[in-house]
Design a binder for this molecule. Structure first.
Ligand code: GDP
Length: 193
């Protein structure tokens, strides 16, 4: 279903640049370094795809990937960069807000959370934004291979607790490891469903 069906379409810096809303899309959000590019690569079965979005200059863009003829995968700019200039942060916050509340074909947002770190204040800002955006979001824990047993149980409890305060949160949390392939099939099935 997924492998070999994705291509980078374009990077978008303003709502006017979005491709026509002619098919459904899902988007991926997460702190910088959460493993978003690696996850998109694992999902699409390509090694180099989301590298496009990690190249300097593309990191503040909304990056569109086609997934077959009927779906877009949308890579939102990573947030929480240390030392990011305030005007840039405000610019992308504005764009993000417009995108999340103004894209009729957006079906679900996936918010990536590092399984070692859990939900941080900077993530909470996005979750709050999503609550007011009329789009369901689903938490995806990344780098699950780094956290084992009881530690993972604790992490899941923390994330569940935080999500329970957000009306727009989908209750099921997806555990993934792009490195080990864990949860990738599950996430593909959710996206395809
Ligand atoms: P992005 O900034 O969110 O796009 O993050 P990247 O995809 O560039 O990943 C950041 C770092 O985390 C890289 O060094 C990756 O190799 C590492 N990483 C990503 N996914 C995993 C994973 O599933 N397991 C482990 N152990 N490391 C990962």
């Amino acid at each position: 279903l997924f492998a070999g069906q994705s291509e980078f379409l374009k990077g978008v810096v303003a709502m006017a640049g979005l491709p026509p809303a002619d098919r459904l899309e899902v988007c991926f959000a997460g702190r910088s370094n959460v493993g978003k590019s690696t996850l998109i690569n694992a999902l699409t079965g390509t090694k180099a795809l989301a590298r496009a979005s990690n190249t300097p200059g593309r990191t503040q863009e909304i990056n569109y990937f086609t997934q077959g003829p009927d779906l877009y995968l949308v890579d939102l700019p990573g947030y929480g960069y240390a030392n990011a200039p305030l005007d840039k942060v405000q610019k992308w916050q504005r764009l993000l807000k417009q995108y999340l509340s103004g894209r009729p074909t957006l079906r679900r947002a996936f918010v990536l959370i590092d399984a070692r770190h859990g939900i941080k204040p900077v993530d909470e800002e996005i979750l709050k934004l999503l609550d007011t955006s009329a789009v369901t979001f689903q938490a995806v824990l990344t780098k699950a291979d780094k956290v084992k047993g009881k530690e993972m149980d604790k992490m899941l409890a923390q994330v569940r607790g935080a999500l329970s305060k957000h009306p727009a949160a989908y209750p099921e949390i997806v555990l993934t490891s792009s490195e080990k392939g864990e949860g990738i099939g599950t996430l593909r099935a959710i996206i395809a469903g």
